[in-house]
Design a protein around this ligand. Sequence first.
Ligand code: PEP
Ligand code: MN
Length: 448
Amino acid sequence: MTVTTETNGTGHSWQSLPAAQQPEWPDQEALRKTLADLASYPPLVFAGECDQLRARLGAVARGEAFLLQGGDCAEAFDGVSAEQIRNKLKTLLQMAAVLTYAASVPVVKVGRIAGQYSKPRSKSTETRDGVTLPVYRGDSVNGFEFTPESRIPDPERLKRMYNASAATLNLVRAFTTGGYADLRQVHAWNQDFVRNSPSGQRYEKLAREIDNALAFMNACGVAPEEFRTVEFYSSHEALILDYETALTRTDSRTGDLYDVSGHMVWIGERTRQLDHAHIEFASKVRNPIGVKLGPTTTVDEALTLIDRLDPDREPGRLTFITRMGAGKIREHLPNLVEKVTASGAQVVWICDPMHGNTFEASSGHKTRSFDDVLDEVKGFFEVHRGLGTHPGGIHVELTGDDVTECVGGGDEVLVDDLHQRYETACDPRLNRSQSLDLAFLVAEMYRS
Ligand code: PEP
Ligand code: MN
C-alpha cells in the first residue's frame, strides 16, 4: 500500500466542496505539517479487511446475518487503558453471544472504537455561568475542560488520535485473536459482573447452555476454529476530513482508495448533505459506508445517497443507520424502506435507537430512557416485519463500565442516580447491564 499523493495537482475531489462541522484550526502551518506526518504513517487497517467486512455486511443485506455496532459516543484519550478497552469489548462479546445463541443468527461485530474521537455539535459555542467558549468537538480537536486554552483546536491532537486508535486496535486485535474471545471463555466475560444483577444472572444461564453445546460438539469430535477467535471490526464517524484524507491510501492490490483509519466509516446526520464534501469523500473510498438517517430524511435523499455511494448496488457497501426517535420511527421509516426496496437497492438497515431519544432530565443531565431505546428498536422490527424486509442490526452507544447515564433498565437507574457515575464526554451511553438487557430483548424480537 502506498501513500496517496495529490490527484492531478488539485487535491482530491472532496477537498474543494463545502464541509460542515470542521474545526477552525488557528495555525494552518502546524496543521499542514501534522497532515504530512499522518500521511506518512502506516495504515491502521488493511484494505483486505475492509473488503472482508463488506462481504460480511453483504450477508446482513441479504438477511442472513445481524450487525451489532456499538461503543462510546466519544472515545477519550484518557480512556485508552487496558481496563476500559477490555470492558467495552467484553460487553460487545456478551451481547453478541446472546444474539447469536438466543436468536440463532450470525452476528457481525463492529465497535464504535479505535477512531471515534470527533464529534459534530449542534452549537459552535457553549455558555456556562455567563462565560462563552468554543464547544468541545472531541479529543481529536480540542479539550473537554471548560477553559479558553483547552478549547483552542490543536492539530497535534490529530496525531494523538492516530496513536490512541493504533494502541486501542492493537489491544482489540490481541484480545479477539489471542484467546480471550474464545467461546470457551463465555463465562469469563461475565465473571466480574455484579452477582445479583438480573442481566448478569440471565447471561450466566445462557453461558451454561452454550457450554453444554460446546461440550456436546467436543464429544462428537467437532472443535471448529471459528470458536477460538472472533472477527471484530473498527468503525467511527468520518468527520474531520483532513484526518480521514491523510489516512486515505491507494490499495496496491487494486488501485482503489481506502480510508485506512478504520474498517467501516459513517457519515453523520449533520454532514450528509448530498452536494457537500463528506458524501463526495465517502463515494471515493471502498470501505463499507454508513449514513445516519434522521426523521427528516426524504425518499429522494435516500435514493440519491444510494446512487452516489452504491452505484453498483453491491450488498454490504452501504448501511443506512436510521435514528428517528421512538415516537417517529413507525411513521417515517416505512416509506423510506418501501421506496428503497422498490428501487432494487439492497442496503443494510440498522437501528440507532439512541440519537433520536435524547432529553434533559430534571437533574440537568442529558440522558436517554431505556424504554424509549427499546421502543425505537421495537418500532424498527415492526416496520421491517410489516414490509417483509430484514431488520439488519442495531447501532448503540454503550460502555462496559457501570455508569449512570441512561435511565431505566432491569437494574433500574433513576433520574436521582444520574449524578453518581455520569462520565460521558458527549452523549449518554447504556451501561453494561442495560446493554445486556437490550441484547436479550432484541434477540427475542429477532426470533419472533
Ligand atoms: C453519533 O453517532 O454520535 C452522532 C452524533 O449521531 P448523529 O449523526 O446520528 O446525530
Ligand atoms: Mn452520540
